[in-house]
Design a protein around this ligand. Structure first.
Ligand code: TXA
Ligand code: MG
Length: 308
């Protein structure tokens, strides 16, 4: 049913143009990872600093092996969590044609196999990987449905695959001898990794080379006030669980049954809806700080960071 859009996307990618496509985490804005000009266009379109590297998307592990050196732990994680919301930082091999511009000329590149039929079908019909950051202007919120697409990106060809199943970006990991470092929290939780590999030492590191972990990021236009226990006059409310809080502007509840999977799915969509209201601030109640809640809190903290 999507083959016509996929054909069009293919044509455009071959020509060096960009396409917006769905993944199970968030929408991506993709270009040919082997084409320097396409990668330049991604950075320019997103207004993204060139030192913030892009993730390469592949159809299967064979395609990744053509370009990268995988160690034992990379294979363990890959075989367990791909296709899925995990990005592994891997070292390029000598044969790789991936343009060095997308990794700020470093040899280590983020790779993932998305778990989305449209993305996988598109990738499997190409002879190059797709480099794709989230489909938003730099520092703004990721999008989980086409209706939240930024005005400035509306002229780019997109495939509408409905609302993203998971709703939070992939977890960015780099393996080492003892386990792995987490460079960006995401949809794959530490608990799930620990559950499969209980001998892994897992550390969350605040990486300088993972600027998605920069302080100001994932921000709506309105201010965010976290851990709110009341709602002020000019505030919209992003709620979670059961309580008596309400906003006279607009209230949305990420999950009335306190389900973090449901909350993750709704997160960016609800932030985007509240961002469109007359409020001057979005008050967000406190979210449990475990599992996916840890990722939501990471995004909220960055969104509420005030540069001034
Ligand atoms: O779920 C996702 O990961 C989505 C979908 C489209 O796949 N993509 C996404 O890309 O969120 P982006 O560019 O918005 O975020 C990628 C994150 C950034 O924090 C970036 O700094 C980090 O991954 N990253 C990418 N390559 C890296 C590398 N070589 N070393 C360290 N961090 C890297
Ligand atoms: Mg992003």
């Amino acid at each position: 049913m999507y083959q016509k859009s996929i054909e069009e996307a293919k044509k455009r990618l071959f020509r060096g143009e960009l396409v917006i496509f769905p993944t199970e985490t968030v929408y991506g804005i993709g270009g040919n990872a082997n084409n320097h000009k396409s990668i330049e266009l991604i950075y320019k379109t997103k207004n993204r600093p060139i030192n913030n590297p892009l993730i390469c998307h592949f159809a299967n592990i064979k395609e990744i092996e053509k370009n990268f050196i995988l160690k034992d732990k990379d294979y363990e994680l890959a075989n367990t969590f791909w296709p899925g919301p995990m990005t592994l930082i891997l070292e390029k091999n000598k044969n790789s044609k991936i343009t060095s511009l997308l990794s700020n000329h470093q040899n280590f590149v983020g790779c993932r196999i998305p778990n989305n039929n449209i993305a996988l079908s598109l990738l499997s019909q190409l002879d190059f990987p797709i480099a794709a950051p989230s489909a938003n202007i730099a520092t703004k919120t990721s999008i989980t449905s086409i209706k939240d697409l930024d005005m400035n990106l509306k002229n780019i060809f997109y495939i509408d695959g409905g609302s993203s199943v998971l709703g939070l970006e992939s977890t960015v990991l780099k393996t080492n001898e003892r386990g792995c470092d987490i460079l960006r929290l995401g949809s794959l939780t530490i608990e799930r990794i620990k559950n499969k590999f209980n001998d892994y030492v897992i550390e969350i590191i605040n990486s300088k080379i993972s600027p998605g972990s920069q302080k100001k990021h994932y921000s709506p236009n309105k201010k965010i006030r976290i851990n709110a226990s009341d709602v002020k006059k000019n505030e919209a409310l992003l709620n979670f669980g059961k309580n008596n809080l309400t906003s006279n502007i607009k209230s949305l509840n990420l999950s009335t049954k306190s389900d973090l999977v449901e909350a993750s799915h709704n997160f960016y969509n609800y932030i985007n809806i509240l961002d469109q209201t007359e409020c001057n601030t979005i008050a967000v109640v406190s979210i449990p700080n475990h599992g996916l809640g840890k990722t939501i809190n990471d995004r909220l903290k960055r969104a509420s960071h005030n540069d001034e």
